[in-house]
Design a protein around this ligand. Structure first.
Ligand code: FUB
Length: 324
């Protein structure tokens, strides 16, 4: 069976896969979707996750090991609910898990947890990362050892509350596209401890081919959620989900903090409302990890993770490999 037709696992529902190569193996850090009676709404209350499992593979598309619970909500002092899309990084012999969740006031923040092994267990810091907000953290450690955390997501992910740079609770339910430039994803440099920000949170500029910021009405190209960063031949590829139009797209830049120029679409809409992914090189091939709702026959909050091979053309553009 082609690798993209087969969920990595089918014994539990998982989503938002962040893939990394650690210690020569492919590790996947997803959300763990669970059954709920909560009705679907635009703020994502139906995504009611409570813990994280970590998975690994020795070969791409080969058997996937579920390493069990790596961190659970009741062990994170500041969290009230909804532990959403995580990511992981390693530095100086330690492994770090980054995760968004609602704090006791219902505001999404991003937490860090540390462990000695890629599969955990991870111990969460007692407070979220100071200065963090919104959802979908993606960690990237550059070749020079500098580490960055990318984040942000609109509607349920509350990024619209920070449009002016200052938190505005009244903007929680603001879902209308405004005129002018789209809301921008955020990033911050991680400090040497990998559990705090070194400096201010910055906006990442995504420009069109004319060098103009992508417009908020340009739903096929503007940022919505699911940030990811990878590097290919010295260029920085920032990829993301367009959210309500359900595309996975990417933009290319010369620096980890942008600006990035929109470069194209990686994946067309899949079954289910959300689209979220990661891109990783493993044994000289490139792979896209993503989720859809085919295993649950279309239930939006019960997703499963799949992978596909990617190729680059001579100009550095990304394509799905024809033969999977
Ligand atoms: O899994 C909950 C949310 O759905 C994620 O944070 C988003 O990226 C979307 O996949």
């Amino acid at each position: 069976m082609p690798i993209h037709d087969k969920p990595l696992v089918d014994h539990i529902y998982i989503a938002d896969p962040s893939a990394h190569v650690f210690e020569g193996k492919l590790y996947v850090y997803p959300s763990h979707d669970r059954e709920t009676d909560i009705q679907d709404n635009d703020f994502g209350d139906q995504y009611d996750m409570a813990d994280y499992h970590v998975f690994s593979m020795e070969t791409a598309g080969g058997p996937t090991t579920d390493h069990g619970i790596a961190l659970k909500m009741e062990d994170i002092p500041w969290v009230s609910k909804q532990v959403w899309a995580p990511d992981a990084a390693t530095k100086n012999g330690k492994y770090y898990l980054y995760f968004p969740a609602r704090d006791k006031e219902g505001v999404f923040r991003i937490g860090a947890a540390v462990g000695d092994r890629p599969e955990g267990p991870f111990t969460a810091d007692p407070e979220p990362i100071a200065g963090s907000y919104s959802i979908d953290p993606a960690a990237f450690v550059d070749d020079d050892g500098e580490a960055y955390l990318y984040f942000g997501g609109i509607w349920g992910g509350q990024l619209q509350c920070y449009g002016s740079g200052i938190f505005d609770k009244d903007a929680f339910s603001n879902m209308e596209a405004k005129d002018g430039p789209a809301l921008l994803p955020r990033a911050a440099k991680l400090a040497e401890d990998m559990r705090s920000f070194d400096g201010k949170v910055q906006e990442l500029e995504i420009l069109d081919e004319a060098g103009k910021l992508i417009d908020s009405g340009d739903h096929d190209r503007r940022f919505f959620e699911a940030a990811w960063m990878h590097k290919y031949k010295g260029k920085y590829y920032f990829s993301y989900s367009t959210g309500d139009t359900h595309y996975l797209v990417y933009a290319i830049g010369d620096s980890p903090l942008g600006p990035f120029t929109y470069a194209g679409r990686i994946l067309e809409p899949v079954l289910g409302w959300t689209t979220h992914h990661s891109i990783v090189e493993f044994k000289d091939k490139w792979y896209l990890f993503y989720h859809d709702c085919s295993l649950s026959k279309g239930t939006n909050h019960l997703r499963s993770v799949k992978m596909r091979e990617l190729v680059y053309d001579e100009s550095g553009k990304i394509h799905l490999a024809e033969k999977q």
